[in-house]
Design a protein around this ligand. Structure first.
Ligand code: MN
Length: 247
């Protein structure tokens, strides 16, 4: 079945009912990328989606966990040849994680270089208060012909968005971005041919309830309104962009 929606960043394994959620994503036709935060979650996630038609798993080591789990980098590198999708990876320079930033940079750089060496990887990348550094490392270590990057929950400036676009990056937009005026205005000006949708569930909520995997209609509505276009037209663009990303 062709995909009808795209949820390119969801923490599926953090839902208690994740197995029925996988079935629901398949039934709804949501091309779903289940990100992981530690390589230890890889095997379990792969087993969970073994029979799924629309859900894929990304191999990750979350920057917020690098402080305690940098030693899991070797595990990730061993698994890397067995996956096309990588994430959640990246940098977080927020106050709670600032201390591990040098270690995060070492881990992210190693992952980028390994992806460039293997080729054809698609990465979903976290960048909190570290957009410039993330783009510097991507530019230095992962040329566009060696791998593709999707910046998840982009929080940089318009100038940084232009730089990321020039570097070949895509942007997966979620509802949380519309909670700040700057996030909302950036989501309105990202190049249409580079935008994807994501829930980042269960970390993003609507009306006090975490979004379900694949529940991207609210972000389509918000982003379409912000851009002055129709939500169906935006969704068609997102589906076409996913096709481009995966060529
Ligand atoms: Mn996430």
């Amino acid at each position: 079945m062709r995909a009808r929606f795209v949820d390119f960043h969801v923490h599926l394994d953090l839902y208690k009912d994740h197995l029925p959620q996988i079935v629901a994503c398949d039934a709804k036709g949501v091309a779903t990328l289940a990100v992981t935060t530690t390589p230890k979650a890889w095997d379990g996630n792969r087993r969970a989606v073994a029979r799924s038609t629309h859900v894929r798993v990304a191999l990750g080591l979350h920057p917020q966990l690098v402080g305690e789990r940098a030693h899991e980098l070797d595990h990730l590198l061993r698994l890397l040849p067995s996956t096309r999708f990588v994430g959640e990876v990246g940098l977080d320079a927020g106050p709670r994680f600032f201390r591990s930033l040098p270690e995060q940079e070492r881990v992210f750089t190693t992952i980028l270089k390994a992806c460039a060496g293997l080729g054809s990887k698609v990465l979903t990348v976290h960048s909190v208060r570290a957009t410039k550094k993330v783009l510097d490392l991507i530019e230095a270590h992962l040329p566009p012909d060696r791998g593709r990057v999707v910046l998840h929950w982009f929080s940089g400036t318009a100038a940084e968005a232009r730089r990321a676009t020039e570097l070949g990056c895509y942007f997966s937009v979620n509802l949380g971005m519309f909670e700040t005026p700057r996030g909302a205005s950036i989501a309105a000006v990202l190049p249409l041919e580079r935008v994807l949708t994501e829930t980042d569930g269960p970390f993003v909520s609507m009306d006090g309830e975490p979004l379900k995997p694949g529940q991207v209609e609210p972000v389509l509505d918000r982003m379409a309104t912000a851009r002055g276009i129709n939500a169906q037209a935006l969704n068609r663009a997102v589906l076409a962009n996913l096709g481009q990303l995966l060529t």
